[in-house]
Ligand binder design. Sequence first.
Ligand code: NAD
Length: 494
Amino acid sequence: MLTQFENRSDDGSFMLPAATIAGTRYGASNRGAGNAIHNASTGKAIGWQEHADATQVDAAVRAAHATLDAWRNQTPASRGKVLRKIAELLEAARANLSAMQQQVSGKPPLEADTDVSDAIATFSYYADLCADASLFDAETLTLPDPGVTGERQYEAVGVAALIVPWNFPMVTTAWKIAPALAAGCTVVLKPSEFTSPVEHVLAGIMTDAGVPDGVVNLVNGGGEVGALLAAHPLIDKISFTGSTAVGRKVMQAAAQDMKRVTLELGGKSALIVRADADIEHAVALAVGGAFTNAGQMCSATSRIIVHDDVYRKFMAAFETAVRALVIAPPQTKNVSMGPLVSHAQRARVAALLEQGIRDGARVAFSGALDSACAEGFFMAPAVIAEPDAGNVLWTDEVFGPVACVKSFRTDDEAIALANDTRYGLVATVVTRDEDAAHRYRRALRAGLVWINTPQLIFPQVCWGGLGLSGIGRELGLAGLRSYQELRHSVAQRG
Ligand code: NAD
């Protein structure tokens, strides 16, 4: 675990380089610039992430710019071979990557494995798309004037800045790097400063898989480094995943040079339980939707909307399930929920919970922490019953293990409650009635609606939200197109 990094001291803690530019690792030139990386289950510092400075950010962007033509002029098939190799090498490194995630973020093994599996599936999917030349070849257009011919082609947008958060670092990064490389873009990645170890391993895997030096570069650090990258004039496209507040700043930075943007932002999503639902199944979906990754999910269905007729039955079964959650470090037998990512994140979530309670929210029941949780950033899950429509816990993204439940009588009322938010990322509906499911699918304002399923994610199905949840789509063919520009030509014989 974490052994491939340079040791900093006798205690075995590691030091991560400030930047990887054209295959070379650089330390922080500004001595001391950096942040500690913690083990979220113990609260102890286990390493140090050095931060890049402005010169290193500039050099990384220039390295990506210098290799752009060579990479985008390779055939899609040859880029696809490299993506396939990355998927194979990730598979070989699966156990190590999963162990790292467990160690740094405290993710239970199943969640850590899922993050790696979904990253592998993403690289494989875009490798497959690269094998389909028709997605990249110029296409002839039939025009109404017989004397002229038209052509259209999708071409790489250029150098892409990829800025990612800490909650699912592998998969969030894969959703950006795989389609960007498939499209022929070169990239500069800025991982979250809290969870960067896996991305450092990924960078090594890229090199081993045959990604030419300069095609993928890493700059490390916090918001200042992200801001330098977003503002760099040689960046053509920014793909950002993170909070809506920072998304606004990124969009403002992009406006100066008309950089293209994809923004995957926050959410405040609903799970609706109709009266005809299988209640046991609905409870399983509610627990998964609200408390997977300790609720630190953009797609958390933290607003649970339950029909009056089954409300009491649902709440009783939900309470039993929440009380039974094993909240503990990842190595604990049958662990179901881990810690929050950091001390600061736990303090932020606790402050929001206190504010909600001060304003009248009632905690109906909570989970219980295992005795092994004393040291880390753990927090017991809390379920709020019938908060006011204006309560912060009902309106704002908490990004922690807090869920609200409200009751409804009619489908129209449930839809109105679910849509009463400026976010619009996902929604879940639990019902046995197919007609009702169809109505909800159409009426819910969300980028993705799950009917009776857990939060299944496939690379073939696009991801992205409406309103404050962002702009653009990742995954699927749209994910590839988001790293391309559509160009046309019209010609007649000279
Ligand atoms: P954040 O917005 O604080 O940070 C995200 C990234 O942006 C980090 O790498 C950070 O260092 C960087 N950053 C910070 N300030 C910047 C600036 N001014 N310019 C450029 N980059 C800057 O988010 P977080 O706390 O890391 O993650 C949690 C948020 O991410 C939640 O709001 C969550 O909903 C969202 N998220 C969304 C999705 C999605 O797909 N929609 C997925 C995961 C997380």
